[in-house]
Design a binder for this molecule. Structure first.
Ligand code: GDP
Ligand code: MG
Length: 450
């Protein structure tokens, strides 16, 4: 695995004192590890250039713990490469309609494309399931007329989910026609989303691209999603380029990340095409779909062994700085919902919510009170509400009036009463926190928990 290879490279850096020469030597091994993990050559070269420049800098060599610093640099660059922000704490793994670009009003047309066997049909089912959980009505369109079993496969999934599947007799129809009629049908029936399950081919060819461009022209999808099989490594990257040239992709879903993949495809697709990864497939069943989080993926790539431990330390250092920042703001009474949201992500990462709650006066009881309360779920709910606010509203929640409150609730798929409760709780909490932060260091409390 890419993790194992990076581990080996780093354990050699870890031994003995670090100097520019052995850092460069270690970096060569990291580069080798990336190439063996199927990372695109140009991507690996640029990546290593950025990492090495920082790693041999004075800041690292003169620091107290250079190897931690190096892991921190590799981590940050990995997150950037995956299209993320290293400072952002990832939150819910739940795939959401917002991420898929589903519009608030009217019908959203989503076109799936990709090679045969990449997981398009399965992913259509997974998406329909996720949308259904948000109470969005979806129609699936069986536009793969290449393989006789394809229509049945989609119908079976639709049956399991109780989601409508639009299909026509393949003998007297064409993929473009099915798609056009399917979209019309979905519009008439008042559905919010229609997903076109198109046909793939074994390889990228003109026939396939012509077919997809026709569908693209006639149905004007809001979103063209490329489904890539993570197991196919470089091939997935090369076909991503071809599909992007033909269709201007809006997103990528990487399937089969549960398998023994070399991980390079995920790292390269985004860097090579610039198209964001939206979701990852994590299993054959319909619940095997997760939101793609660059920070989570980078942690997964680096996790395990020495790397994992080093990364944890580096992260803790980083979190410590953030905590101090938060603590200062609390003491000054400037801690707002933006800061709160950031802290929530961190707390999730640090582990058991319950043990942290116990440290906060007044909240300890809540943690003990009802063991059936799913803390993580509660947190996700609250996080969703805060996410639905504008940054300005988070800074200054007093301006949230009834209509804003209703809008936020709708955006979060929540209830106006819940928004109210959150705002009230937050006011109380900010006051309590001001109290704690004057009594003792929040950072020491956090450390005690770990
Ligand atoms: P299509 O030809 O692109 O429509 O691909 P299918 O949806 O028919 O999937 C091809 C195979 O990949 C099926 O056996 C699926 O069960 C499997 N598959 C799809 N997504 C995943 C995934 O995320 N993980 C695993 N393990 N298998 C998957
Ligand atoms: Mg299919």
């Amino acid at each position: 695995s890419i993790t194992g290879k990076l581990n080996d490279a780093f354990s050699s850096i870890n031994r003995g004192r670090l100097n520019e020469a052995n850092i460069r030597e270690g970096m060569k091994q990291v580069r080798q590890a990336l190439l063996e993990a199927d990372v695109n050559y140009d991507v690996a070269r640029d990546f290593m250039k950025r990492v090495t420049e920082q790693a041999v800098g004075d800041k690292v060599l003169k620091s107290l713990r250079p190897s931690e610093q190096i892991v921190g640099i590799v981590y940050q660059e990995l997150v950037l490469l995956l299209g993320g922000d290293p400072r952002e704490s990832e939150f819910s793994p739940r795939p959401t309609s917002a991420e898929l670009g589903v519009k608030r009003d009217g019908l959203t047309v989503i076109m799936m494309c990709g090679l045969q066997g990449s997981g398009k049909t399965t992913t259509c089912g997974k998406l329909a399931r996720a949308l259904k959980q948000e109470k969005l009505e979806t129609v699936l369109v069986a536009a793969d007329l290449q393989r006789p079993a394809a229509i049945e496969q989609l119908k079976t999934l639709g049956g399991q989910l109780d989601v409508e599947v639009y299909a026509e007799d393949p003998a007297s129809s064409s993929p473009v026609q099915v798609c056009r009629n399917g979209v019309k049908h979905a519009r008439k029936s008042g559905a919010q989303v229609v997903i076109l399950d198109t046909a793939g081919r074994l390889h990228v060819d003109d026939d396939l691209m012509r077919e997809l461009r026709q569908i693209d022209n006639k149905c004007a999808p809001d979103s063209a999603i490329y489904v890539a099989d993570a197991m196919t490594g470089q091939d997935a990257v090369n076909s991503a380029i071809a599909f992007n040239d033909a269709l201007e992709l809006d997103g990528v879903i990487l399937t089969k990340t549960d398998g023994d993949t070399r991980g390079g495809a995920a790292l390269s697709i985004r860097a090579v095409t610039g198209v964001p990864l939206k979701f990852i497939g994590t299993g054959e069943t319909l619940d095997g779909l997760e939101a793609f989080h660059p920070t989570r993926m980078a942690q997964r790539i680096l996790g395990g062994g020495d790397m994992g431990t080093l990364l944890e330390k580096a992260q803790r250092e980083f979190d410590g700085e953030e905590l101090e920042d938060a603590q200062r703001k609390m003491a000054e009474g400037k801690f707002d919902l933006n800061d709160f949201r950031k802290q929530m992500g961190m707390i999730g990462k640090l582990g058991s919510m319950r043990s942290i709650m116990k440290m906060i006066p007044g909240m300890g009881q809540m943690a003990d009170l009802d063991p059936n309360v799913d803390m993580e779920k509660e947190l996700r709910h609250v996080g969703g509400i805060i996410d639905a606010m504008t940054p300005d509203e988070r800074r200054n929640p007093d301006q949230i009036d009834r209509s804003r409150r209703n809008r936020i609730a709708r955006g979060a798929g929540s209830d106006p009463a819940d928004v109210n409760k959150l705002l009230k709780d937050f006011k109380g909490m900010a006051g309590a926190m001001q109290g704690i932060s004057q009594k003792g260091s929040m950072r020491d409390r956090m450390k005690a928990v770990q």
